[in-house]
Design a protein around this ligand. Structure first.
Ligand code: NAD
Length: 285
């Protein structure tokens, strides 16, 4: 059966590295990075995500510059807050927690975040830098997947990689990061014909479709590395997009849900915040 890819352990290692990086930045005469999470309204899932981001930000030695706005706030008020954070030198990174309430235009709001403070990697500027293979802040979840693959020594150069899902947040940047490591990348999505046949080509299969159990054992080449990005909250706990038990019989390595990709997302957010602070303070590498 497949080797388990332990996202919790890798995430802990990344967070510890970030903590040491923060100490070094301060020792070198810089200031501790500040992360401004912006939460609008009272969505319970978003509250949990933001609380975890803030807790781990403090644990890594960074400043928690959280801001909370009421759910009925108007577009101009959110834009004004983002402009204030953009101008504040204590703020290294700005994270607008999504989804924002329906009456707000989140795309227009994200546009107000300066690229160098866009620690979620969601602005068109950072998406463009990634597409062109230039340095920039990368979206946290796909960056976390790359870290897991590197940690497990998965060979990417020349490998067949299949990404299921083409969202701006996960699928598209995922494909570009794999391409940058010289994988032969196929993107599958909701209109793909015979998804299982396409997935069976993969040496590395990343599934981010948001459909529980979409990928079964029939879609996995024996020995393949399977990364499950999906998160579904059910009565029996968290589940992914991959049928874990069946696929673990076929795959060479697999991420569990929970404990796989999930913990990596926050770890990479902290890594991005440190990178942003260093660049802003002239300690960039
Ligand atoms: P999304 O809904 O924006 O995109 C889903 C993508 O999957 C689309 O591009 C669509 O074309 C594709 N798709 C839908 N149905 C399909 C099908 N039947 N066959 C093939 N492709 C299909 O979702 P997202 O934001 O990319 O998130 C995907 C999943 O990852 C969700 O379950 C989400 O909760 C999870 N997620 C997890 C993390 C994490 O930290 N682990 C972060 C972000 C998202």
């Amino acid at each position: 059966t497949a080797q388990l890819i332990d996202g919790k352990a890798v995430a802990r290692r990344v967070r510890e590295e970030v903590g040491r990086g923060v100490e070094k930045l301060v020792a070198d005469g810089g200031t501790a990075p500040g992360l401004a999470t912006v939460l609008i309204g009272e969505d319970p899932a978003s509250e949990v995500y933001v609380r975890n981001k803030r807790r781990l930000c403090v644990e890594a030695g960074m400043q928690d510059l959280h801001r909370h706005l009421p759910g009925d706030v108007d577009q101009d008020a959110v834009a004004a807050l983002l402009d204030e954070l953009a101008a504040d030198p204590a703020v290294s990174g700005i994270l607008l927690q999504l989804p924002a309430p329906d009456h707000l235009d989140s795309e227009a709001l994200i546009t107000r975040i300066p690229a160098e403070k866009d620690v979620d990697g969601l602005t068109t500027a950072n998406a463009g830098l990634l597409a062109q293979g230039r340095p920039g802040l990368r979206p946290c979840t796909p960056a976390g997947v790359m870290e897991l693959l590197a940690e497990h020594g998965v060979e990417l150069s020349g490998a067949e990689a299949v990404v299921v899902g083409r969202s701006v947040l996960v699928g598209k940047p995922m494909a570009q990061l794999l391409l940058a490591k010289n994988a032969t990348v196929t993107m599958a999505h909701s209109r793909t014909r015979d998804l299982a046949a396409v997935c069976r080509r993969a040496d590395v299969l990343v599934v981010a479709a948001g459909i529980q159990g979409l990928v079964g054992a029939d879609a996995v080449k024996p020995g393949a590395t399977v990364i499950d990005v999906g998160i579904h909250r059910g009565e029996d706990g968290l589940r992914g997009d991959v049928e874990f038990d069946a696929v673990a019989e076929v795959a060479g390595a697999i991420t569990p849900v929970p404990g796989g990709v999930g913990p990596m997302t926050i770890a990479m957010l902290l890594a991005n915040t440190l990178t942003a602070a260093k660049v802003q303070q002239g300690f960039g590498d």
